[in-house]
Design a protein around this ligand. Structure first.
Ligand SMILES: [Zn+2]
Length: 213
């Protein structure tokens, strides 16, 4: 980790031994500022797009993303800035970032609504994985993550934990590229996603590995 959050970083969960690949992954607390003002902006966003003025989240699904950056700190810094996206506040964010070395950072509590996937922010935990396309396709980038053992192992363990904690079935783990076609998709302003990160075929591989845990 290279960000200023190093000083305040601490393990929120201690790795505990459980069976095989389902061992708990340690999660480092690297929370971005989420002020009363940002919460109010989030509630207003939720009112405009979902019809409910609340910044609270009770997650029922997971959306997988990659950062399109090469470092965890640059992704975190982007989310920490509360600047308009598509002309609206609050700024974008996600709940977790998984670095390429497998370290998992919690940057927003999963009980707080985050802008990471249009149409599903009121339902979904967002998990970002540090990966750039470097001029290649989104499928290529997905495949880099799937082949990077430390990173994908942590992603799978994190998702597995969240599924157990929130009762989320594997069928409700999707990719950002799948969001517009998701049955739960809704946006009162008619917005849609234009992101191609985590293609359906690559998410099927994630689900296959989750099912094997
Ligand atoms: Zn995304």
């Amino acid at each position: 980790m290279q960000s200023a959050s190093r000083a305040s970083a601490r393990a929120t969960t201690t790795p505990t031994r459980s069976s095989g690949s389902a061992a708990r992954v340690p999660v480092v607390a690297a929370y971005i500022p989420f002020s009363t003002q940002r919460k109010a902006e989030t509630a207003s966003y939720a009112k405009r797009h979902y019809g409910v003025a609340s910044w609270h989240l009770r997650p029922s699904m997971v959306v997988l993303h990659f950062t399109e950056t090469t470092t965890m700190s640059s992704a975190r810094n982007t989310f920490a800035q509360d600047v308009p996206n598509t002309g609206e506040l609050p700024g974008t964010c996600a709940h977790f970032i998984v670095d390429q070395d497998g370290r998992v950072y919690a940057i927003v509590p999963v009980t707080v609504l985050c802008r990471h996937t249009i149409g599903l922010n009121d339902k979904a935990i967002g998990i970002e994985m540090v990966q750039s396309t470097s001029g290649n396709s989104a499928h290529w980038a997905d495949q880099q993550i799937l082949a990077r053992r430390a990173q994908i192992t942590s992603v799978l363990r994190l998702v597995h934990q969240l599924q157990a904690q929130w009762g989320i079935p594997t069928s409700r783990v999707i990719g950002h590229a799948m969001a517009n076609d998701d049955p739960a998709f809704h946006d009162l302003r008619g917005w849609h996603n234009d992101h191609s990160d985590w293609q359906a075929a690559d998410v099927m591989e994630v689900r296959r590995r989750l099912a094997a845990m």
